[in-house]
Design a binder for this molecule. Structure first.
Ligand code: FAD
Length: 430
């Protein structure tokens, strides 16, 4: 074979999507991963404190996430993402005791806003028009510059929605990214907003079948293989230095760097990358979820913002959780459980629990951080970038990570076509 090798560095979703996007191109595919496992920030592991396999964080997807759904279809695990037939979001307000179900109608014409039974209680149809201010193209500003970040509709809908999607306090978050979320979801109608969760875990849904698919298609996976340095000569990467081994590249080889922003900037010091991050805290409680708790429940005026019911456990999520990072785990568990106990009528006694803090869960979706995100092309002709922090136009999400991997794969294919057209592929390795 004379098509060369594509080295993909990083086996998170961006790297896996890039590799999968190159299956069938005749290129040899090698994925190099620092850890002993794949998945990066989207993975499952056995948690001894609970005696259960859990995810590193509760992940919510929406039916609008077409790249994520296509990825699952390719690897044969579409059915592992489950959710209601229609867009329905149950909410509970812990301050007032109100409970409601937000129920956008399927089509683009948002008549659900006119229905008291479907919209947020305590809001009027006219309140929803405020988000129209986000739609015109404009230079990026904070969401707080564009809409009023207070009032019933904000507290009960826009804040939970944008906080979950952007992992940044919405009032300071990028209006452009908030608009991208809105355009891809609510603006497309309820059919784009069905909540989807990997009930059996992220690993079994996204990661294990992706690795199987790659291996079945001849891809090579090298775990415990940390890239230490890129050898950059002129317009190209000439070698990948993994410490114990040096991989020298031929003219036909390409590299996709699908590592976190902070790691990419070590290899490419001039690369502009987001440098501020936001934490996510998850609290897991081992118990059979009471029937009154839906699979996803939005919490207003609570410590956590979302509660997920999984087989044998309830898990709560706090986004943009930096203020909780230094708080002792017991204090957090007790506080979050107190909210759950109030909601469900359970006693105050804590079931077996674990708190998982991801300090740098995503880049901070602030206007100036969003502006730093680089495109997938680099000035080195055989080097491409992928990762949720690259310029996808979306916040740091599974959808963004997978789209970034798809873009990098497309660029590798285009570069190969260009090379074969101008005949410069003659010196390829065979
Ligand atoms: C707690 C939490 C909750 C989240 N919730 C949601 C959610 O509800 N919905 C949603 O859509 N998204 C959510 N996300 C975001 C989503 O998980 C990420 O956007 C996505 O997983 C990022 O994938 P990635 O491949 O870009 O990066 P990563 O997953 O970070 O992958 C990078 C990989 O590169 C490897 N690597 C690093 N350095 C090297 C090196 N030198 N050599 C080789 N390999 C290296 C790493 O080990 C890692 O495997 C959440 C994230 C977290 C942390």
């Amino acid at each position: 074979m004379g098509c060369g090798t594509v080295h993909i560095v990083g086996a998170g979703l961006a790297g896996l999507a890039a590799a999968i996007g190159l299956v069938g191109t005749g290129r040899e595919l090698v994925v190099h991963e620092l850890a002993r496992h794949a998945g990066g920030r989207c993975r499952s592991y056995f948690e001894p404190a609970l005696g259960l396999t859990i995810d590193n964080g509760n992940h919510l997807l929406l039916s609008a996430n077409h790249a994520a759904l296509a990825f699952l279809k390719t690897i044969g695990s579409e059915e592992k993402l489950v959710g209601p037939e229609e867009a329905e979001f149950a909410f509970a307000d812990l301050a007032s005791g109100d409970r409601w179900v937000l129920h956008p109608n399927k089509g683009r014409l948002p008549w659900w806003i006119l229905s008291k039974a479907r919209r947020v209680p305590g809001t009027r149809p006219v309140d929803y028009l405020s988000l129209m201010r986000l739609l015109p193209e404009r230079r990026d500003r904070t969401l707080g510059d564009v809409i009023e970040c207070e009032g019933m509709l904000y507290e009960r809908l826009w804040r939970p929605l944008f906080l979950a999607a952007l992992n940044t306090e919405p009032s300071e978050a990028s209006a452009l990214l908030a608009r991208a979320v809105l355009r891809e979801t609510l603006a497309r109608g309820g059919s784009a907003c069905r909540p989807l969760v990997a009930q059996g875990g992220l690993g079994p849904a996204f990661i294990a079948p992706a690795l199987d698919y790659l291996e079945r298609n001849g891809g090579k996976l090298r775990f415990d293989h940390q890239l230490r340095r890129l050898e950059l000569v002129g317009e190209k990467v000439r070698a990948l230095d993994f410490g114990e081994d040096l991989v020298t590249l031929t003219d036909a080889d390409s590299v996709i760097l699908a590592v976190p922003a902070s790691v990419a900037s070590l290899f490419l010091p001039d690369l502009p990358v987001p440098t501020k991050f936001r934490a996510i805290v998850n609290a897991h409680f081992k118990l059979d979820p009471p029937k009154s708790v839906p699979s996803v429940l939005g919490l207003v005026n609570g410590t956590a913002e979302w509660l997920f019911a999984f087989p044998g456990r309830l898990s709560a999520t706090i986004s943009a959780a930096d203020r909780w990072i230094e708080v002792p785990r017991e204090v957090l568990a007790t506080k979050i459980w107190a909210d759950i106990a109030r909601l469900t009528g359970a006693g105050d006694e804590l079931p077996p629990w674990q708190i998982v803090k991801e300090r740098r869960a995503t880049f901070a979706a602030l206007p100036h951080e969003n502006a730093k995100r680089p495109p997938p092309q680099t000035r080195w002709r055989n080097l491409f970038l992928a990762g949720d922090w690259t310029a996808t136009g979306l916040p740091a999400t599974i959808e963004g990570a997978i789209r970034s991997g798809n873009s990098a794969a497309r660029l590798v294919k285009t570069a190969a076509q260009a090379r074969s057209l101008n005949g410069s592929g003659r010196g390829m390795r065979s």
